[in-house]
Write a protein that binds this ligand. Sequence first.
Ligand SMILES: C[S@@+](CC[C@H](N)C(=O)[O-])C[C@H]1O[C@@H](n2cnc3c(N)ncnc32)[C@H](O)[C@@H]1O
Length: 212
Amino acid sequence: MSREKIRIYDKTWMEYDEWYDSHQALYQSQIKVLKKIVPSGLGIEIGVGTGRFASLLSVQFGLDPSLNMLKLAKQRKVKVVRSFGESLPFKNESFNFVLIVYTIELVDDPLSFLKEALRTLKRKGVLILGILDKNSSWGKFYMQKAVQSKYYKTFHFFSPEEILKIFKKLPLVFKVAFQTQFCPPPDIKDIEKPKKGFGQGGFVVLKAIKTQ
Ligand SMILES: C[S@@+](CC[C@H](N)C(=O)[O-])C[C@H]1O[C@@H](n2cnc3c(N)ncnc32)[C@H](O)[C@@H]1O
């Protein structure tokens, strides 16, 4: 885990958070996709950031190493925990679901990161992973931006197929994916209706169930 990556969020939390206000149709489209998949029950978002997703999806807990990001998540009524996803301060099988959005891209070892997330998930619990599909027009746009951007230069971009390969190494069975952001970057004008699957939209959410 790189502390430098966290420092970026600690410094730019306000700018990060305001991006959602200036991209409302995009944000609401992403929420619509997540609502298709996020179940009820006790859940946590790992890499909760400022709580933009956890708060609107009624995810009770949010974990993040960045104190400044967490301050805002707390104001949004998320129960916050300051820690790294690589070592979660929770007992085995604590949660009905674990949500991870735009965070797997920042970790050094995605397989161990997900193993630790699964440790805290109950049997038959749900793992929900949201990514920017690197093969989409949005993925290509942000990979181009990554050369200069303070946020995206630390990102390792994934495709849904690559995530599914990682899932196969874990006690997980993939269930379904939903996608949005069908209009080309840099923004969308209207809130979009989610579609099943992946391969068309920039934002893809994958749902998998813990088997053991
Ligand atoms: C791109 S932001 C996404 C925040 C939120 N999920 C969202 O979509 O708005 C990535 C977040 O992951 C956090 N993060 C980075 N490395 C992490 C790690 N190893 N464990 C948990 N969170 C991490 C950062 O501090 C940051 O808040």
